[in-house]
Design a protein around this ligand. Sequence first.
Ligand code: ZN
Length: 415
Amino acid sequence: MSEKVFSLKQDRLLEGRVFRDPIHNYIHVDYGIFWKLINTKEMQRLRRIHQLGGACQVYHGAEHSRFNHSLGVYEVVRQMCESVALKEQLSEYDQVCVLCAALLHDIGHGPFSHAFEHIFPIHHEIYTTKIILGHSEVHDVLKSYDEHLPTDIARIIDKSHPHQILIQMITSQLDGDRMDFLLRDSYFTGTTYGKFDMNRILRTMRIFQGQLVFKESGTQAIENYILARYHMYWQVYYHPVSRSYEQLLGSLFLRVRDLYQEGYVFKKDISLLIPFLENHVSVEDYLRLDESVLQYYIASFQDETDSILSDLAYRFLNRHLLKYCDLKTPKRLAQLQALAQEKGYPPRYYILTDDQKQVPYQYNMNDDVNEILILKDEKLYPLSEVSEVVYAIVHSSRSKRDTKVYYPQEIINDL
Ligand code: ZN
């Protein structure tokens, strides 16, 4: 446990701040350090990045941002810190570290994260650490409190921190991040699959043998959470229409990159994209790009002379998405590629495949580190041994997999 001298008392705001929130009702900010972090430009940028990339094309209410979610994770972790189980176990310094990690855990997300990362060699996890450790307003706020804070927070997020409980609170099979996004995404999509009893789970949380574990009486609430996660993946996160939107975006940036490499002269200035196209992205370059900037570029691409790029941009902006079907045989793919080619739709940009599979609950017989641990009669048991529902899921021989091929509607009549 860290032994740094850090007094929260002196940092207490004269008047605590609250954010009204549809999931947690109130999000309480009582200390200056969190208030200052929330007001940094890096945190405010998250207001301009959707939490769920393409899901708003299916569930129109899902317009919530990474900013909402980051505040939500902070609130869940704050409630964990206040719980009987943790209050006496964590030093004040560790509580500050884990709460900052909760606020900042997604700070490195880029616009339309996954689709964008697919085309350009960038990883949001790496930028999260770079922003916390490098030149940023976030770094300046943290350092003004304690010079060790940036490193200790980055180590919680990249899972190298020696204090396992702090990591488990942010990143594990049952953590503040997952609990908030399931409840929040369920609320904003208008689906009910993601609901579960978070308060019950938090009430049954305990520290035992240096780990975050749950009392046996919390088992049903945790089963409900595992099933919520399972259903949300297939109904929301892996929805084929949402994937179609992201595929189209990936294709659009693939075309931009190809054109740039061929020496094509763009009508409009694309200077903010150049570092990404040339593979030398600084933290400053990265932070300049948010979804409002990308949406502007995409709108301007509609007027480009390159017909493929202008068509992809038009489709993306106006939700003329690609159709899809299950990809059962390679023959099917070849058939679609030939048809598209014949109709003037280069398959590189118009015939797209996407493979998704989900393991509802990670389980490793030889390593119980990933398992949710249940405390029963002063002994620890993996959740899958205590819960018949989870046992059935992890021992099911069928892994859920979904491979789709996307194609323009215009070639459908020839199928
Ligand atoms: Zn998150």
